[in-house]
Design a protein around this ligand. Structure first.
Ligand code: ZN
Ligand code: ZN
Length: 236
């Protein structure tokens, strides 16, 4: 009998959408719940990967308006109420097992695109050390480990360092927000020979976090930066 049978008995797999026990065994999400998630569909913005309303557009409104120094990104699902509640449970209710599903789904859906990025490694967006201690883990790092294991790509959790907690971002305009964030990240350990990397995060909203991280990585000698996230905000 397989050891996973006992693991299932002791720790039944919980669904990232309804948090119920997943049936049939061996799946990572209920067959019904996978249909509840709003997977990102084409056409998407050529920069951030956000769904576009019309195929006449190449870029979303945000990407036209703001300078992006990353190459491009892809996201798995739209950040709706279901996604929001799932992401919150990962972070605040210690449901890191949900990341097994998201890591698998991202790897399956975007493997071809990821291979084309020719990245030397995956770099999770860091959280402040005190927050990581509080939570016990960094969700972006756990997700990066899942994708890395699945696609055999190294993970560099120390390439970026978060050296301060950011101020509440809502009160800031986009320029202030970016500056605030750029000061929050610092270059960490350089990995010799790595030219391109993929930044990994749970949620892409305005893009200012990944843009700030990209700028710091580029200053430390990285050539191209790509983005992969679980969720992406809607709107143009
Ligand atoms: Zn479910
Ligand atoms: Zn965009």
């Amino acid at each position: 009998m397989q050891s996973s049978f006992f693991i299932d008995l002791l720790f039944p797999r919980r669904c990232p959408v309804c948090d119920g026990i997943v049936m049939p065994k061996g799946r990572l999400i209920c067959p019904g719940c996978v249909r509840v998630l709003s997977f990102v569909k084409d056409p998407v913005c050529k920069k951030c990967g956000k769904e576009l309303f019309s195929s006449d557009m190449e870029y979303c409104f945000d990407c036209v308006k703001h300078k992006r120094t990353f190459e491009y990104g892809r996201a798995l699902i739209n950040y709706d109420e279901h996604a929001k509640s799932s992401m919150a449970k990962i972070k605040y209710k210690n449901k890191r097992e949900y990341l097994d599903f998201y890591g698998d789904a991202i790897s399956l859906r975007y493997e071809k695109i990821i291979r084309r990025m020719e990245a030397g490694g995956l770099v999770p967006v860091p959280v402040h050390p005190s927050r990581k201690k509080e939570r016990g883990f960094n969700q972006a790092e756990v997700l990066a480990q899942k994708i890395g294991a699945k696609l055999n790509i190294p993970v560099f959790p120390d390439m970026l360092v978060r050296n301060k907690k950011t101020m509440p971002q809502k009160a800031l305009n986009p320029t202030e927000r970016l500056k605030n964030l750029e000061e929050a990240f610092m270059p960490g350990k350089i990995v010799p020979g790595v030219k391109n990397v993929i930044l990994i995060d749970d949620i892409y909203t305005t893009g200012s976090t990944v843009e700030a991280c990209t700028r710091v990585l580029k200053k430390s000698g990285i050539n191209k930066v790509y983005i992969l996230t679980i969720c992406i905000g809607r709107g143009q």
